[in-house]
Design a binder for this molecule. Structure first.
Ligand code: ADP
Ligand code: MG
Length: 429
Protein backbone atom coordinates (compact mmCIF):
# COMPACT_ATOMS: atom_id res chain seq x y z
CA UNK A 1 0.00 0.00 0.00
CA UNK A 2 1.18 3.49 -0.75
CA UNK A 3 2.01 5.80 2.09
CA UNK A 4 0.02 9.06 1.90
CA UNK A 5 1.11 10.60 5.16
CA UNK A 6 3.76 10.02 7.74
CA UNK A 7 3.81 11.96 11.03
CA UNK A 8 6.91 11.39 13.15
CA UNK A 9 7.57 12.57 16.72
CA UNK A 10 5.60 15.75 16.23
CA UNK A 11 5.61 18.33 18.95
CA UNK A 12 3.55 21.49 19.22
CA UNK A 13 3.03 23.90 22.06
CA UNK A 14 1.35 27.28 22.42
CA UNK A 15 2.56 30.27 24.41
CA UNK A 16 0.60 30.95 27.57
CA UNK A 17 0.20 34.11 29.55
CA UNK A 18 3.07 34.41 31.96
CA UNK A 19 5.61 33.24 29.40
CA UNK A 20 5.02 29.55 29.93
CA UNK A 21 4.28 27.05 27.20
CA UNK A 22 1.23 24.84 26.90
CA UNK A 23 2.46 21.57 25.45
CA UNK A 24 -0.41 20.27 23.31
CA UNK A 25 1.21 17.56 21.19
CA UNK A 26 4.26 15.58 22.21
CA UNK A 27 5.92 12.81 20.29
CA UNK A 28 2.90 12.14 18.09
CA UNK A 29 3.23 9.46 15.42
CA UNK A 30 0.80 8.31 12.80
CA UNK A 31 0.64 7.14 9.24
CA UNK A 32 -2.05 7.00 6.59
CA UNK A 33 -1.92 4.63 3.67
CA UNK A 34 -3.90 4.60 0.47
CA UNK A 35 -7.34 3.08 0.99
CA UNK A 36 -7.50 3.71 4.74
CA UNK A 37 -9.82 5.57 7.04
CA UNK A 38 -7.91 6.35 10.22
CA UNK A 39 -9.71 7.72 13.26
CA UNK A 40 -8.28 10.05 15.89
CA UNK A 41 -10.26 9.56 19.06
CA UNK A 42 -9.80 11.72 22.12
CA UNK A 43 -11.64 14.06 24.41
CA UNK A 44 -12.05 17.69 23.58
CA UNK A 45 -8.95 19.76 24.19
CA UNK A 46 -6.61 16.83 23.59
CA UNK A 47 -5.06 18.42 20.51
CA UNK A 48 -6.87 16.67 17.66
CA UNK A 49 -7.69 19.84 15.70
CA UNK A 50 -4.18 21.10 16.26
CA UNK A 51 -2.80 17.94 14.67
CA UNK A 52 -5.16 18.27 11.68
CA UNK A 53 -4.01 21.86 11.18
CA UNK A 54 -0.41 20.65 11.08
CA UNK A 55 -1.29 17.98 8.52
CA UNK A 56 -3.17 20.53 6.41
CA UNK A 57 -0.10 22.75 6.51
CA UNK A 58 -2.00 25.55 8.24
CA UNK A 59 0.47 25.56 11.11
CA UNK A 60 3.90 24.08 11.64
CA UNK A 61 5.30 21.81 14.33
CA UNK A 62 8.09 22.77 16.68
CA UNK A 63 9.63 19.36 16.45
CA UNK A 64 9.38 16.18 14.45
CA UNK A 65 8.35 15.83 10.83
CA UNK A 66 5.28 15.56 8.63
CA UNK A 67 5.63 13.96 5.23
CA UNK A 68 2.93 14.04 2.57
CA UNK A 69 3.43 11.64 -0.32
CA UNK A 70 7.13 11.53 0.25
CA UNK A 71 7.75 15.29 0.61
CA UNK A 72 7.89 17.40 3.78
CA UNK A 73 4.73 19.40 4.47
CA UNK A 74 5.52 23.06 4.15
CA UNK A 75 2.45 25.29 3.97
CA UNK A 76 -1.00 24.29 2.71
CA UNK A 77 -0.67 21.33 0.35
CA UNK A 78 -2.78 20.88 -2.74
CA UNK A 79 -4.35 17.51 -2.38
CA UNK A 80 -5.29 17.87 1.29
CA UNK A 81 -8.85 19.04 1.98
CA UNK A 82 -10.70 19.58 5.22
CA UNK A 83 -14.30 19.25 6.41
CA UNK A 84 -15.08 21.16 9.59
CA UNK A 85 -17.58 20.66 12.37
CA UNK A 86 -19.16 24.04 11.68
CA UNK A 87 -20.27 24.34 8.09
CA UNK A 88 -18.10 27.31 7.17
CA UNK A 89 -20.18 28.17 4.10
CA UNK A 90 -20.46 31.61 2.60
CA UNK A 91 -24.05 32.72 3.23
CA UNK A 92 -24.22 34.99 0.18
CA UNK A 93 -23.18 32.23 -2.20
CA UNK A 94 -25.35 29.45 -3.57
CA UNK A 95 -24.56 25.79 -3.04
CA UNK A 96 -22.96 25.62 -6.47
CA UNK A 97 -20.84 28.72 -5.85
CA UNK A 98 -19.77 27.43 -2.44
CA UNK A 99 -18.66 24.16 -3.98
CA UNK A 100 -16.93 25.78 -6.95
CA UNK A 101 -14.96 27.89 -4.51
CA UNK A 102 -12.98 24.81 -3.59
CA UNK A 103 -11.67 24.66 -7.15
CA UNK A 104 -10.74 28.25 -7.77
CA UNK A 105 -7.16 27.84 -6.57
CA UNK A 106 -6.52 25.03 -9.05
CA UNK A 107 -6.70 27.28 -12.12
CA UNK A 108 -8.98 24.98 -14.11
CA UNK A 109 -11.02 26.15 -17.10
CA UNK A 110 -14.49 27.39 -16.16
CA UNK A 111 -16.27 24.53 -17.90
CA UNK A 112 -14.18 21.98 -16.00
CA UNK A 113 -14.91 23.78 -12.70
CA UNK A 114 -18.63 23.64 -13.42
CA UNK A 115 -18.50 19.99 -14.47
CA UNK A 116 -16.61 18.87 -11.37
CA UNK A 117 -18.73 20.93 -8.98
CA UNK A 118 -21.93 19.47 -10.39
CA UNK A 119 -20.50 15.97 -10.18
CA UNK A 120 -19.54 16.48 -6.51
CA UNK A 121 -22.98 17.91 -5.73
CA UNK A 122 -24.62 14.97 -7.40
CA UNK A 123 -22.42 12.40 -5.67
CA UNK A 124 -23.00 13.79 -2.21
CA UNK A 125 -26.78 13.85 -2.56
CA UNK A 126 -27.38 17.55 -3.16
CA UNK A 127 -28.85 17.24 -6.62
CA UNK A 128 -31.55 19.89 -7.11
CA UNK A 129 -30.09 22.24 -4.47
CA UNK A 130 -27.48 23.88 -6.74
CA UNK A 131 -29.03 27.34 -6.57
CA UNK A 132 -30.16 27.23 -2.95
CA UNK A 133 -28.52 29.45 -0.34
CA UNK A 134 -27.11 27.94 2.87
CA UNK A 135 -29.87 29.51 4.99
CA UNK A 136 -32.46 27.52 3.03
CA UNK A 137 -30.79 24.23 3.93
CA UNK A 138 -31.03 22.01 6.98
CA UNK A 139 -27.91 21.32 9.02
CA UNK A 140 -27.44 17.97 7.35
CA UNK A 141 -27.65 19.44 3.86
CA UNK A 142 -25.26 22.24 4.80
CA UNK A 143 -22.75 19.69 5.98
CA UNK A 144 -23.17 17.88 2.68
CA UNK A 145 -22.13 21.12 0.98
CA UNK A 146 -19.08 21.14 3.24
CA UNK A 147 -18.24 17.62 2.06
CA UNK A 148 -18.86 18.46 -1.60
CA UNK A 149 -16.54 21.47 -1.36
CA UNK A 150 -13.81 19.28 0.12
CA UNK A 151 -14.04 16.37 -2.32
CA UNK A 152 -14.48 18.53 -5.42
CA UNK A 153 -10.72 19.08 -5.48
CA UNK A 154 -10.21 15.29 -5.57
CA UNK A 155 -7.94 15.46 -2.53
CA UNK A 156 -5.45 12.67 -1.87
CA UNK A 157 -6.20 13.10 1.82
CA UNK A 158 -9.54 14.14 3.23
CA UNK A 159 -9.36 15.47 6.78
CA UNK A 160 -12.61 15.53 8.74
CA UNK A 161 -12.78 17.37 12.06
CA UNK A 162 -15.79 16.10 14.00
CA UNK A 163 -17.94 16.49 10.87
CA UNK A 164 -21.05 14.90 12.35
CA UNK A 165 -21.05 16.36 15.82
CA UNK A 166 -23.18 19.41 15.03
CA UNK A 167 -25.91 17.27 13.46
CA UNK A 168 -28.84 15.54 15.09
CA UNK A 169 -28.58 11.79 15.60
CA UNK A 170 -30.53 10.64 12.54
CA UNK A 171 -29.02 13.15 10.15
CA UNK A 172 -25.55 12.26 11.33
CA UNK A 173 -26.20 8.56 10.84
CA UNK A 174 -27.56 9.13 7.32
CA UNK A 175 -24.53 11.07 6.31
CA UNK A 176 -22.14 8.51 7.82
CA UNK A 177 -23.91 5.69 6.01
CA UNK A 178 -23.82 7.55 2.70
CA UNK A 179 -20.13 8.30 3.04
CA UNK A 180 -19.21 4.73 3.93
CA UNK A 181 -21.21 3.48 0.99
CA UNK A 182 -19.52 5.89 -1.43
CA UNK A 183 -16.13 5.03 0.02
CA UNK A 184 -16.83 1.30 -0.22
CA UNK A 185 -17.81 1.66 -3.88
CA UNK A 186 -14.66 3.72 -4.47
CA UNK A 187 -16.77 6.64 -5.65
CA UNK A 188 -15.26 9.21 -3.29
CA UNK A 189 -12.48 10.97 -5.19
CA UNK A 190 -9.98 10.68 -2.34
CA UNK A 191 -7.28 8.17 -1.41
CA UNK A 192 -7.32 8.26 2.36
CA UNK A 193 -9.36 9.78 5.18
CA UNK A 194 -8.50 10.96 8.66
CA UNK A 195 -11.57 11.29 10.87
CA UNK A 196 -11.34 13.20 14.14
CA UNK A 197 -14.03 12.29 16.61
CA UNK A 198 -14.81 12.01 20.30
CA UNK A 199 -17.51 9.42 19.62
CA UNK A 200 -16.25 5.86 20.12
CA UNK A 201 -19.06 4.22 18.18
CA UNK A 202 -18.56 6.54 15.24
CA UNK A 203 -14.89 5.60 15.17
CA UNK A 204 -15.67 1.87 15.28
CA UNK A 205 -18.35 2.31 12.62
CA UNK A 206 -16.22 4.12 10.08
CA UNK A 207 -12.52 3.49 10.61
CA UNK A 208 -10.01 0.82 9.66
CA UNK A 209 -7.75 1.88 12.49
CA UNK A 210 -8.45 4.07 15.49
CA UNK A 211 -5.70 5.95 17.28
CA UNK A 212 -6.49 6.77 20.88
CA UNK A 213 -5.31 10.17 22.02
CA UNK A 214 -4.39 10.79 25.60
CA UNK A 215 -4.58 14.37 26.79
CA UNK A 216 -2.15 16.96 28.08
CA UNK A 217 -0.02 16.56 26.16
CA UNK A 218 -1.67 14.41 23.56
CA UNK A 219 0.15 11.31 22.53
CA UNK A 220 -1.16 8.47 20.49
CA UNK A 221 -1.40 6.07 23.40
CA UNK A 222 -2.61 3.07 21.46
CA UNK A 223 -3.99 1.88 18.18
CA UNK A 224 -6.97 -0.38 17.61
CA UNK A 225 -7.45 -2.05 14.26
CA UNK A 226 -11.13 -2.61 13.48
CA UNK A 227 -11.27 -5.91 11.66
CA UNK A 228 -14.91 -5.85 10.58
CA UNK A 229 -16.23 -5.78 7.03
CA UNK A 230 -18.29 -2.78 5.87
CA UNK A 231 -21.12 -2.00 6.25
CA UNK A 232 -20.88 -2.62 9.98
CA UNK A 233 -23.73 -3.55 12.24
CA UNK A 234 -23.81 -1.46 15.43
CA UNK A 235 -25.68 -4.15 17.30
CA UNK A 236 -23.42 -7.07 16.40
CA UNK A 237 -21.46 -8.59 19.30
CA UNK A 238 -18.16 -8.04 17.50
CA UNK A 239 -18.97 -4.34 17.08
CA UNK A 240 -19.87 -4.02 20.75
CA UNK A 241 -16.66 -5.80 21.73
CA UNK A 242 -14.62 -3.14 19.95
CA UNK A 243 -16.59 -0.35 21.59
CA UNK A 244 -16.09 -1.97 25.00
CA UNK A 245 -12.42 -2.50 24.45
CA UNK A 246 -11.84 1.14 23.53
CA UNK A 247 -13.93 2.31 26.49
CA UNK A 248 -11.82 0.19 28.81
CA UNK A 249 -8.56 1.51 27.40
CA UNK A 250 -9.70 5.11 27.58
CA UNK A 251 -11.13 4.95 31.10
CA UNK A 252 -8.30 2.91 32.56
CA UNK A 253 -5.78 5.49 31.43
CA UNK A 254 -7.77 8.47 32.56
CA UNK A 255 -8.61 7.11 35.97
CA UNK A 256 -4.99 6.12 36.51
CA UNK A 257 -3.89 9.65 35.64
CA UNK A 258 -6.42 11.11 38.00
CA UNK A 259 -5.32 8.86 40.86
CA UNK A 260 -1.75 9.96 40.31
CA UNK A 261 -2.77 13.60 40.34
CA UNK A 262 -4.81 13.10 43.48
CA UNK A 263 -1.79 11.66 45.28
CA UNK A 264 0.59 13.94 43.46
CA UNK A 265 2.67 16.77 44.70
CA UNK A 266 0.23 19.61 44.23
CA UNK A 267 -3.51 19.92 43.75
CA UNK A 268 -2.75 22.97 41.67
CA UNK A 269 -1.80 20.59 38.87
CA UNK A 270 -5.19 18.89 38.86
CA UNK A 271 -7.57 20.40 36.31
CA UNK A 272 -11.25 19.56 36.74
CA UNK A 273 -13.78 19.22 33.96
CA UNK A 274 -17.00 20.99 34.76
CA UNK A 275 -19.72 18.63 35.87
CA UNK A 276 -22.72 19.87 37.81
CA UNK A 277 -23.89 18.30 41.08
CA UNK A 278 -27.09 17.55 39.18
CA UNK A 279 -25.28 15.45 36.61
CA UNK A 280 -23.46 13.61 39.40
CA UNK A 281 -26.71 12.97 41.29
CA UNK A 282 -28.33 11.80 38.07
CA UNK A 283 -25.68 9.19 37.35
CA UNK A 284 -25.52 8.05 40.99
CA UNK A 285 -29.27 7.54 40.95
CA UNK A 286 -29.26 5.68 37.65
CA UNK A 287 -26.48 3.42 38.91
CA UNK A 288 -28.20 2.70 42.20
CA UNK A 289 -31.45 1.74 40.49
CA UNK A 290 -32.38 -1.43 38.63
CA UNK A 291 -31.08 -3.01 36.47
CA UNK A 292 -27.66 -1.90 37.67
CA UNK A 293 -28.03 -2.12 41.44
CA UNK A 294 -24.79 -0.29 41.99
CA UNK A 295 -22.62 -1.55 39.16
CA UNK A 296 -22.68 -0.98 35.42
CA UNK A 297 -20.72 -1.46 32.26
CA UNK A 298 -19.72 2.06 31.16
CA UNK A 299 -20.83 1.67 27.52
CA UNK A 300 -24.18 0.27 28.69
CA UNK A 301 -24.98 3.09 31.04
CA UNK A 302 -23.73 5.68 28.57
CA UNK A 303 -26.11 4.30 26.00
CA UNK A 304 -28.95 4.07 28.51
CA UNK A 305 -28.43 7.68 29.63
CA UNK A 306 -27.89 8.88 26.05
CA UNK A 307 -24.48 10.23 26.95
CA UNK A 308 -21.46 10.44 24.70
CA UNK A 309 -17.97 9.68 25.90
CA UNK A 310 -17.16 13.32 26.29
CA UNK A 311 -20.17 13.71 28.55
CA UNK A 312 -19.93 10.46 30.49
CA UNK A 313 -16.23 10.40 31.30
CA UNK A 314 -16.12 13.67 33.22
CA UNK A 315 -19.13 12.62 35.32
CA UNK A 316 -17.60 9.20 36.02
CA UNK A 317 -14.30 10.88 36.84
CA UNK A 318 -15.94 13.34 39.20
CA UNK A 319 -17.63 10.43 40.98
CA UNK A 320 -14.31 8.64 41.26
CA UNK A 321 -12.64 11.78 42.54
CA UNK A 322 -15.31 12.31 45.19
CA UNK A 323 -15.15 8.59 46.05
CA UNK A 324 -18.81 8.10 45.22
CA UNK A 325 -17.87 5.43 42.70
CA UNK A 326 -14.96 3.30 41.55
CA UNK A 327 -14.08 3.17 37.90
CA UNK A 328 -12.22 0.00 37.08
CA UNK A 329 -11.67 -1.31 33.58
CA UNK A 330 -14.89 -0.66 31.74
CA UNK A 331 -17.05 -0.76 34.85
CA UNK A 332 -18.33 1.81 37.26
CA UNK A 333 -19.38 0.75 40.73
CA UNK A 334 -20.93 2.79 43.53
CA UNK A 335 -18.93 2.95 46.75
CA UNK A 336 -20.54 2.68 50.16
CA UNK A 337 -20.69 6.51 50.22
CA UNK A 338 -22.19 6.49 46.75
CA UNK A 339 -24.97 4.19 47.89
CA UNK A 340 -25.66 6.36 50.90
CA UNK A 341 -25.76 9.39 48.63
CA UNK A 342 -28.27 7.64 46.38
CA UNK A 343 -30.50 6.72 49.31
CA UNK A 344 -30.15 10.06 51.12
CA UNK A 345 -32.46 13.04 51.35
CA UNK A 346 -31.15 16.35 50.04
CA UNK A 347 -29.61 17.35 53.37
CA UNK A 348 -27.72 14.13 53.76
CA UNK A 349 -26.55 14.39 50.17
CA UNK A 350 -25.20 17.86 50.84
CA UNK A 351 -23.36 16.60 53.88
CA UNK A 352 -21.79 13.68 52.05
CA UNK A 353 -20.82 15.97 49.21
CA UNK A 354 -19.30 18.51 51.57
CA UNK A 355 -17.19 15.89 53.32
CA UNK A 356 -16.09 14.42 49.98
CA UNK A 357 -15.06 17.86 48.80
CA UNK A 358 -12.97 18.58 51.88
CA UNK A 359 -11.36 15.15 51.91
CA UNK A 360 -10.79 14.46 48.25
CA UNK A 361 -10.74 17.74 46.36
CA UNK A 362 -7.70 19.50 47.74
CA UNK A 363 -8.50 22.80 46.02
CA UNK A 364 -11.88 22.96 47.79
CA UNK A 365 -10.21 22.15 51.11
CA UNK A 366 -7.64 24.84 50.41
CA UNK A 367 -10.24 27.54 49.69
CA UNK A 368 -12.19 26.56 52.78
CA UNK A 369 -9.05 26.77 54.92
CA UNK A 370 -8.19 30.24 53.63
CA UNK A 371 -11.76 31.39 54.37
CA UNK A 372 -11.63 29.87 57.87
CA UNK A 373 -8.37 31.59 58.64
CA UNK A 374 -9.27 35.06 57.45
CA UNK A 375 -10.94 37.43 59.88
CA UNK A 376 -13.30 38.56 57.11
CA UNK A 377 -14.03 34.95 56.11
CA UNK A 378 -13.88 36.05 52.50
CA UNK A 379 -11.38 36.02 49.65
CA UNK A 380 -11.42 37.25 46.05
CA UNK A 381 -11.84 34.86 43.10
CA UNK A 382 -8.73 36.35 41.50
CA UNK A 383 -6.53 35.12 44.32
CA UNK A 384 -7.25 31.47 43.59
CA UNK A 385 -7.37 31.93 39.84
CA UNK A 386 -3.88 33.44 39.84
CA UNK A 387 -2.64 30.57 41.94
CA UNK A 388 -4.10 28.00 39.53
CA UNK A 389 -2.90 29.82 36.43
CA UNK A 390 0.68 29.36 37.52
CA UNK A 391 0.13 25.64 37.05
CA UNK A 392 -2.35 25.20 34.21
CA UNK A 393 -3.70 26.92 31.11
CA UNK A 394 -5.99 29.89 31.64
CA UNK A 395 -9.15 28.20 30.39
CA UNK A 396 -8.41 25.07 32.42
CA UNK A 397 -7.90 27.22 35.54
CA UNK A 398 -11.22 28.97 34.98
CA UNK A 399 -13.06 25.71 34.42
CA UNK A 400 -11.48 24.12 37.48
CA UNK A 401 -12.50 27.00 39.70
CA UNK A 402 -15.98 27.14 38.21
CA UNK A 403 -16.37 23.45 38.99
CA UNK A 404 -15.29 23.84 42.59
CA UNK A 405 -17.66 26.81 42.95
CA UNK A 406 -20.66 24.80 41.77
CA UNK A 407 -19.78 21.83 43.98
CA UNK A 408 -19.17 24.04 47.03
CA UNK A 409 -22.44 25.90 46.50
CA UNK A 410 -24.39 22.65 46.38
CA UNK A 411 -22.74 21.25 49.46
CA UNK A 412 -22.69 24.63 51.23
CA UNK A 413 -18.99 24.22 52.00
CA UNK A 414 -18.60 27.89 51.14
CA UNK A 415 -20.42 30.37 48.98
CA UNK A 416 -19.49 32.53 46.05
CA UNK A 417 -20.81 35.92 44.98
CA UNK A 418 -20.64 36.26 41.19
CA UNK A 419 -21.02 40.05 41.12
CA UNK A 420 -18.44 40.77 43.77
CA UNK A 421 -16.27 37.85 42.57
CA UNK A 422 -15.83 36.93 46.20
CA UNK A 423 -15.72 33.65 48.09
CA UNK A 424 -17.13 33.66 51.61
CA UNK A 425 -18.35 31.47 54.42
CA UNK A 426 -22.07 31.55 54.87
CA UNK A 427 -22.07 30.44 58.47
CA UNK A 428 -18.57 30.93 59.81
CA UNK A 429 -17.95 28.85 62.89
P1 ADP B 1 -9.30 19.24 20.27
O1 ADP B 1 -9.50 19.47 18.81
O2 ADP B 1 -8.82 17.86 20.60
O3 ADP B 1 -10.53 19.58 21.07
P2 ADP B 1 -7.45 21.46 20.08
O4 ADP B 1 -6.38 20.96 19.18
O5 ADP B 1 -8.45 22.37 19.50
O6 ADP B 1 -8.15 20.22 20.81
O7 ADP B 1 -6.78 22.22 21.32
C1 ADP B 1 -5.86 21.61 22.19
C2 ADP B 1 -5.35 22.63 23.19
O8 ADP B 1 -4.55 23.60 22.53
C3 ADP B 1 -6.44 23.41 23.91
O9 ADP B 1 -6.06 23.56 25.27
C4 ADP B 1 -6.47 24.73 23.20
O10 ADP B 1 -6.89 25.75 24.07
C5 ADP B 1 -5.02 24.91 22.78
N1 ADP B 1 -4.88 25.68 21.54
C6 ADP B 1 -5.29 25.29 20.30
N2 ADP B 1 -4.98 26.22 19.37
C7 ADP B 1 -4.36 27.22 20.04
C8 ADP B 1 -3.78 28.49 19.64
N3 ADP B 1 -3.78 28.89 18.36
N4 ADP B 1 -3.25 29.25 20.62
C9 ADP B 1 -3.23 28.86 21.91
N5 ADP B 1 -3.75 27.69 22.35
C10 ADP B 1 -4.31 26.87 21.43
MG1 MG C 1 -11.22 20.03 17.85
Amino acid sequence: MNELLEVRNVRRSFPRSGGEELLVLEDVNLSLKEGEIVGLLGRSGSGKSTLLRLIAGLASPQGGSLTYMGAPINGPAQGVAMVFQGFALFPWMTVLQNVELGLEALGLPESEIRRRALAAIDLIGLDGYESAYPRELSGGMRQRVGFARAIVVHPNILLMDEPFSALDVLTAENLRTDLIELWGKKQLPTKGIILVTHNIEEAVLMCDRVLLFSASPAKVSSEVRIDLPQPRERTSPAFEDYVDRIYVEMTARRVERMRQQQQGTSFLDMPLTHVSPNQISGLVEALAAAPYDGKADLPDIAYEQELEVDELFPVAEAMQLLRLADVEGGDIKLTHMGKRFADGELNERKEIFSRALQNHVPLAGHIRKVLDERASHSAPYRRFLDELEDHMAEDAAEETLKTVVSWARFSELFSYDDDAELFSLENPT
